[in-house]
Write a protein that binds this ligand. Sequence first.
Ligand SMILES: Cc1cc2nc3c(=O)[nH]c(=O)nc-3n(C[C@H](O)[C@H](O)[C@H](O)COP(=O)(O)OP(=O)(O)OC[C@H]3O[C@@H](n4cnc5c(N)ncnc54)[C@H](O)[C@@H]3O)c2cc1C
Length: 413
Amino acid sequence: MAKHNKQTLVIGGGPAGMTAAIAAADAGDAVTILERNEKLGKKLYITGKGRCNLTNICDDEDFFKNIVHNERFLFSAMSRFNRWDLMGLIEDNGCPLKTERGGRVFPVSDKSSDVIKAFTKALDNRGVNVEYGVKVTELITEKKDDKTMVTGVKCADGRQISAEKIILASGGNSYRQTGSDGNGYAVAKALGHNIVAPRPSLIGLVCRESWPRELSGLTLKNVNVTLFHRGKKIKTLRGEVLLTHFGLSGPVILTMSAYLDDHPDQYGLRIDLKPALTDQQLDTRVLRDFEQMPNKKIDNALKKLLPISLIPAMREMAGIDSETKVNALDKASRKRLVHLIKNLSFQITDFFEPNTAIVTSGGIDTREINPKTMASKLACGLYFAGEIIDVDALTGGFNIQIAASTGFAAGSH
Ligand SMILES: Cc1cc2nc3c(=O)[nH]c(=O)nc-3n(C[C@H](O)[C@H](O)[C@H](O)COP(=O)(O)OP(=O)(O)OC[C@H]3O[C@@H](n4cnc5c(N)ncnc54)[C@H](O)[C@@H]3O)c2cc1C
């Protein structure tokens, strides 16, 4: 008798779905990926500014420190398919990789399309079938001995496809033009799954202060940024802040955004523009500069200390008139200026437009998923993989690795 291959359907052809399909095919299943787009990995294509930061080779401890929500849930999946496994899969399929600063791994070609080609080759070699332009709208279930069994999917074109195993890897809810528009949450919710409220992460922050918008394009380098929640200090990070037309962005702000909840307006930020100096040292430095140019206007006297375009805003906030000369500046005004340089405060009012989030935080409640197999605890035959799960990490290649590791766990069981 011919061996019966289990029919496995994978919903979504991102890194999670593709890795799941590869693992399921290796386990002997007959696998079909259903992808609503006309190609695989549309989001993967835009990752790492088109270069795809595939993963990160920092040690395990650091890796888990970069996972913001539910890192413990990932212990098992990460140990069964780790960074080296993902890198091996991609390199073995024709895409050599290189490691850059901070352990970030990229294709040598700097082209995300080469990573997609490697995934595609691995799928082809295993005979995985891919159906394009198919959007799954619903899961078909039946009750057996009081258990809910998933037996197939309904598609937007009215088709029904049967399967014994279904892996939902439809991604998060941002850059919706790539196909990941959050529709998978409703598909899982219809089966009773709890969805931890999705919210944007790794995204810019809108602030109440309007002056940063007028300085759009200015980068504040080597600054300390401290995040506050209802006045309580949460975190301080060093790095770059970009002022934009919408508010604050840049690497440090994107990272900070991962630590906000769905009430961004309860958060504040404080930027220390001169973190290497104490308040006293900064005051001494300002005094020294001022003594060297007593007849200059304040704006000119601050040029060595601050980015030129920032000076008028800082001076105005310190309540100093533009015509004031250094030798006419009183001590209280100078102290206000020094304090401001060390404590530039912002009240956050919102995230940037959610569609611009690099990753979605929230998703399928991890308490309802077996962490070893990614199997649903509510419906037999259903598995989850990737960003649709309530896990998310910082920038650095961690999110694609999570997608691949959870995909492997879902596919190989
Ligand atoms: C601009 C940007 C840059 C990024 N850069 C990096 C980076 O360099 N490194 C990193 O680690 N992470 C990066 N990320 C995050 C990373 O891309 C995601 O975390 C990762 O792609 C998630 O993989 P996934 O397979 O779970 O979902 P996705 O990649 O979103 O794939 C989901 C797929 O499912 C399909 N789909 C959705 N619903 C249905 C349906 N109902 N039926 C059929 N198909 C469906 C979608 O079309 C999509 O192809 C970046 C994200 C963005 C937006």
